[in-house]
Write a protein that binds this ligand. Structure first.
Ligand SMILES: [Cu+2]
Length: 271
């Protein structure tokens, strides 16, 4: 099974976790294997059915060309097969082998995603995530807080996720990371982002009238750009000008949703 957790070749410094296989890559390979095997089994079953439907189709003449070779059941009688249960054995046996192998492989592969990689050569960064009705706050190790999540490319990011009020669920679909946000508890998740770009974090637990707008932008930045940005942040220097604008547009929603569960004012999702 070691083939599935071997690091893929990534250009990047191992100090920044560049050799760590991204969870998104793991999930994609599971999807591809299931899609491939499902298609293959489908083709085999349908082709086999079609072949026999054609081969044993009713002929124009009244004579049955297979009368001697095939023992046909009469109406109301259960077919007995006739090959000593070989077909049943093949059908169940092969299915069982495929299913058990898939379960074993998927399980061991998912164990890799379950626990964040540790080691001296992995420079993981930890970010606290707090959900509230209706938004997310990200807290960096230096105390900097923001409504926008910024992470460096190809580096292990560990999230400690909790909630301020009700059950939420934090997820970034493109990066294949998702975990519960439960008040009074901290759940952990991790990911690495192999590509720079802007993604969107969403809430995946129906938490009230503003649930569908409970999103946060996620910026995956090149490592050096990220380091430069991070060096300029601190607990006191709470928000950059861009983020100040975003917080202003998000903040009023929480009291509005909390005070009256009737109407949520239309608002822009932060870009
Ligand atoms: Cu929520």
């Amino acid at each position: 099974m070691e083939g599935y957790v071997l690091p893929r070749i990534v250009v990047g410094s191992p100090l920044h976790g560049g050799s760590v296989r991204a969870p998104s890559d793991v999930f994609n390979s599971i999807f591809e294997v299931f899609l491939g095997l499902g298609t293959l089994v489908g083709i085999v079953v349908i082709a086999y059915t079609m072949y026999h439907a054609l081969k044993y189709r009713e002929s124009a003449s009244d004579e049955d060309p297979y009368a001697e070779k095939v023992e046909r059941p009469s109406m109301g009688e259960l077919p007995t097969g006739g090959s000593g249960g070989r077909k049943v054995f093949y059908s169940f046996g092969i299915s069982a082998i495929i299913v058990v192998s898939l379960i074993a492989w998927t399980y061991t592969t998912l164990l890799y995603v379950e626990t964040a990689p540790e080691g001296d050569n992995i420079d993981a960064m930890e970010i606290d995530v707090e959900g509230y009705r209706f938004g997310w706050t990200f807290r960096y190790p230096n105390g900097h807080e923001s409504a926008t999540l910024r992470v460096p490319k190809d580096r292990v990011v560990k999230l400690n996720v909790t909630s301020r009020d009700v059950f939420h669920n934090f997820g970034i679909p493109e990066l294949r990371v998702k975990t519960d946000a439960v008040p009074g508890q901290t759940t952990t998740a991790w990911f690495t982002a192999p590509e720079t770009g802007t993604y969107e974090a969403k809430c995946y637990e129906l938490c009230g009238s503003g649930h569908s707008v409970m999103t946060a932008p996620v910026h995956v930045m090149p490592g050096d750009e990220y380091d430069a940005w991070y060096a300029n942040t601190s607990a006191a220097n709470e928000t950059t000008s861009i983020e100040a604008g975003q917080s202003a547009s998000v903040a009023p929603v929480a009291p509005a949703g909390a005070a009256s569960a009737t109407v949520i004012p239309p608002q822009e999702v932060p870009a």
